[in-house]
Design a protein around this ligand. Structure first.
Ligand SMILES: [Zn+2]
Length: 412
């Protein structure tokens, strides 16, 4: 039986969302939290985008140091041989890639405007795979953008061509959230059976079915005899109506009717890390967690009405499917209600020393303290909001890495 793995795409789909974004330090913190949670892979950025280069290289160093381990850091780029060359020129040590190209008739006529045929798409994709292979990429995914609106026969040919050229996974992108659980189950099962390649689902919420479609797709892949890799984002943040929410996907796989007995999660997911990670993502993106968000919403374990309150007091399982402690909730959190000294881009030694002292971070000498303060100022310039404790601790612990990932030099 195949297993189900999670690929988080917050640092790719999440950050490319209109009006939203993360600083390079925040992206790094997301990778750290995802690693702690046991997520299989983080799609950590865009290796052909120049302002990502230092961040990507610094995070690969963190992986080599064992800080970001065992999580895999995957880059995303267009499936062209030229983009693959650019990616390896800018980020030579990148090990995991996903190459994306549109496959649907809608995109061929509506986007490529007749400039490309189905055969051209196959050729571009396989040339890109060959190029990535020649650079020694460790794992490689080939993405069919708009797969759900692609003729299934062409999709089968596309995935088979990818496999023949050495792709390790095929990504089925329901780019517009067009599928429903029944259609995506059928398509994914057929692809798994007929192509014989592990498959990723990539689902969006335009019709409110991103989580359901991801789970149903994964069921089809496993029933088709392959491993499934669900793409998800923290708090469901992503293009338009968003992506499948990571925590909701895990809850659905663990807790929905009859699921866990038949469909197994690969690796060990530590859901206890969810609360902290989701709160951080909310702060970093500046997007509140909806009150009714599964697992981490303010109302996920709140009861007011007489019948429900009475029932949950007698036995929580009367009105709760899972316990708040499973998500890492329930610990008291300290919130400053009086005077507060915050980090900022114009922080000085005294205020900064006070903040770091409260976190019990000690410096070897004054020079080190000043260097860390300087880096924290830069981090504030990029974040445009006070840094949280974990960010300050990260900078103090890995100053060289922090310096590298925050380096952005236009037109380098
Ligand atoms: Zn997407």
């Amino acid at each position: 039986m195949g297993k189900i793995y999670l690929i988080d795409v917050t640092n790719r789909d999440g950050v490319q969302t209109a009006r939203l974004g993360l600083s390079k330090l925040a992206k790094t913190m997301m990778n750290i939290y995802l690693n702690e949670m046991g997520v299989y892979q983080s799609e950590f950025g865009f290796p052909t985008t120049r302002h990502e280069s230092h961040y990507l290289r610094a995070n690969i160093k963190l992986a080599e140091m064992g800080v970001l381990h065992p999580i895999r850091l995957g880059g995303w780029l267009r499936a062209t041989a030229g983009d693959v060359e650019t990616a390896f020129r800018l980020v030579p040590d990148i090990k995991h890639l996903n190459l994306s190209i549109s496959t649907s008739q809608q995109m061929i006529t509506g986007k490529f405007r007749g400039a490309k045929t189905e055969q051209d798409i196959l050729t571009m994709a396989t040339d890109a795979i060959d190029a990535a292979k020649s650079h020694g990429v460790e794992t490689l995914g080939i993405n069919a953008e708009d797969a759900s609106r692609t003729d299934i026969d062409f999709l089968l040919r596309f995935a088979s061509a990818g496999k023949e050229h050495g792709a390790d996974r095929f990504r089925y992108c329901d780019t517009l959230g067009y599928d429903n659980p029944f259609t995506i189950y059928d398509s994914c099962k057929q692809l798994a059976e007929e192509v014989g390649i592990p498959i990723e689902t990539h689902c969006h919420g335009d019709l409110g079915m991103a989580v359901a479609n991801s789970v149903a797709g994964a069921m089809g892949i496993v029933d088709g005899g392959q491993d499934a890799y669900i793409n998800a984002t923290v708090n469901g943040i992503g293009e338009r109506a968003g992506n499948a929410d990571l925590v909701a996907v895990v809850l659905a796989l663990r807790r929905s009717k009859g699921m866990a007995e038949k469909y197994k999660l690969g690796g060990s997911i530590k859901l206890k890390k969810a609360w902290k990670m989701c709160k951080y993502a909310s702060y970093a993106f500046g997007v509140p967690i909806p009150i009714n968000q599964p697992g981490v919403g303010a109302n996920a374990f709140a009861h007011a009405s007489g019948i429900h309150a009475d029932g949950v007091l007698k036995d929580p399982q009367n009105y709760e499917l899972y316990d708040y402690k499973e998500l890492g909730r329930g610990e008291p959190e300290e919130v400053e209600t009086g005077r507060e000294i915050c980090s900022g881009q114009y922080s000085g030694t005294a205020g900064f020393g006070h903040i770091m002292g409260k976190m019990e971070i000690e410096f070897k000498n004054r020079d080190e303290a000043e260097m860390i303060l300087e880096l924290a100022r830069y981090a504030n310039v990029l974040a445009q909001k006070p840094l949280v404790e974990d960010e300050l601790k990260f900078i103090a612990r890995y100053p060289d890495i922090a310096k590298e990932l925050m380096t952005i030099a236009p037109l380098e």
